[in-house]
Design a protein around this ligand. Structure first.
Ligand code: ADE
Length: 253
């Protein structure tokens, strides 16, 4: 997969993407990243990329021309067509479903804004999709672009080693949160590993993990849980989890 990033700080993206799974995906040739700086396409001695907003008010707005020229250069760097995605708090929320969809495309162009944003005419003409990584405001789209790159890179075939498999991730198994994980030592002053995980009974372990995923989602993100859509077995697991939870709460008084 190829990702081009339009940003006033392309080195920031290159740094972020140089480590861990994303760095390895690049080394393995599964992900090719290229940064493009609109300042390289700006006119005049000051290479200006922003200007004051019409209508007044604070802040600056990114100008059409340097961005348009920069986008044209990025598009022309490869024959594969690419959707232009603008990272902005006004965009559609990024979800794992969206990540899967983006990860399946051969090429993306990520557009990062700074200041108050980008001239709306460029957004209306050149942008295919707007994506937000959450209901908070960052000082630019670069961190959001780095988040998108990380999330799609790890889904590229061959990016994760077996031990890092994405199958058990939060949101991958029916949109549920992940179950808790434990490693050695089995006994510790902080507590013991649940006995079922040491039982060697694979069916019981799978059941426990499923129950924990359901229970955690019910406790922490009930908005993700569609109880009517659950199987009979899942509903029974969740009910047992609830009973235990309520009994523990009563004991604590
Ligand atoms: N740029 C600034 N804030 C952002 C956010 N929350 N998501 C995506 N891009 C942004």
């Amino acid at each position: 997969m190829r990702i081009d990033v339009i940003s006033l700080f392309p080195e920031f993206i290159a740094q972020c993407a140089g480590f861990g799974v994303v760095g390895r995906a690049q080394e393995r040739g599964l992900l090719s990243l290229q940064g493009w700086n609109p300042r390289d396409h700006a006119q005049g001695g000051y290479r200006r990329v922003d200007d004051r907003p019409f209508g007044g008010g604070p802040g600056m707005v990114m100008m059409i021309e340097p961005l348009q020229a920069c986008l044209a250069a990025a598009r022309a760097a490869d024959t594969q067509p690419a959707a232009v995605i603008y990272l902005t708090p006004q965009g559609a929320p990024l979800t794992q479903k969206k990540v899967r969809e983006l990860a399946a495309r051969p090429r993306l162009i990520l557009l990062c804004g700074r200041y108050e944003g980008i001239d709306e005419r460029l957004v209306a003409t050149e942008v295919d999709e707007e994506i937000s990584i959450g209901d908070y405001v960052l000082s630019g789209g670069e961190l959001a672009a780095a988040v998108v790159i990380d999330a799609v890179a790890r889904l590229q075939e061959g990016a994760l080693n077996d031990a890092e498999s994405a199958a058990q991730d939060s949101f991958e198994a029916d949109g549920l949160l992940d179950c808790p994980h434990y490693t050695h030592p089995a006994s510790h002053v902080l507590g013991d590993v649940p006995a079922v995980l040491r039982s060697g009974d694979h069916a019981a372990i799978a059941r426990w993990r499923r129950q924990q995923a359901l229970g955690r989602t019910w406790l922490r993100r009930p908005d993700l849980l569609n109880e009517e859509g659950l199987s009979k077995a899942d509903r029974a697991l969740l009910q047992a989890f609830r009973h235990e939870w309520e009994a523990a709460g009563q004991k604590q008084g």
